[in-house]
Design a protein around this ligand. Structure first.
Ligand SMILES: Nc1ncnc2c1ncn2[C@@H]1O[C@H](COP(=O)(O)OP(=O)(O)OP(=O)(O)O)[C@@H](O)[C@H]1O
Ligand SMILES: [Mg+2]
Length: 151
């Protein structure tokens, strides 16, 4: 399934995230791709809102992974922008999506194209700029059935 959604402004990006945060079950993984400033963090802020997290969500630039435990399920927010592939290995991203050593939650990964390996199932969201500086989200599922998200 590939779904294309037009995002007129940052509020629309947040609203899409909110919807995902409200309904995705534990062990879900969202892989985010898109150029600098495409809206990956904005979408993640919406996801946090949908999960009921009231803390401010900022990109985990220095910490690599930000964990939020106050929502419906935990949110694990990773941003791989500044990492070399060998550094990505050493943060063991599977720890978050397998949820054996941590509480199963929702894992969101910015710059997911830098992952050396992928989860078994995930939601891929690609954010692109439109001509008028708005955004388009292209959402596809890999080994996961999230068909009811968009109904
Ligand atoms: N649909 C949209 N239309 C217009 N502007 C948007 C839209 N969604 C988000 N923005 C704006 O784009 C800017 C950059 O967003 P954001 O920081 O989320 O991008 P990012 O993809 O996380 O960037 P980076 O690659 O640096 O991590 C913000 O000012 C945000 O408000
Ligand atoms: Mg970002």
């Amino acid at each position: 399934m590939v779904e294309s959604i037009f995002l007129a402004d940052a509020l629309a990006t947040t609203a899409l995230g909110e919807k995902l945060g409200k309904m995705l079950p534990p062990h879900s993984v969202i892989l985010l791709r898109g150029d600098l400033g495409a809206g990956k963090t904005t979408l993640t802020q919406g996801i946090g809102k949908g999960l009921g997290i009231s803390e401010a969500i900022a990109s985990p630039t220095f910490t690599l992974v930000n964990e939020y435990h106050r929502g419906r399920i935990p949110l694990y927010h990773l941003d791989l922008y500044r990492l070399q592939p060998e550094q990505v290995d050493s943060i063991y991203p599977e720890t978050y999506w397998e949820g054996e050593e941590c509480e199963p939650g929702l894992t969101v990964i910015e710059w997911s194209e830098r992952l050396p390996y992928l989860p078994e199932s995930y939601l891929q969201i690609d954010l692109t700029y439109t001509e008028d500086h708005q955004r388009q989200a292209s959402i596809s599922t890999v080994n996961a059935d999230f068909a009811d998200i968009f109904r």
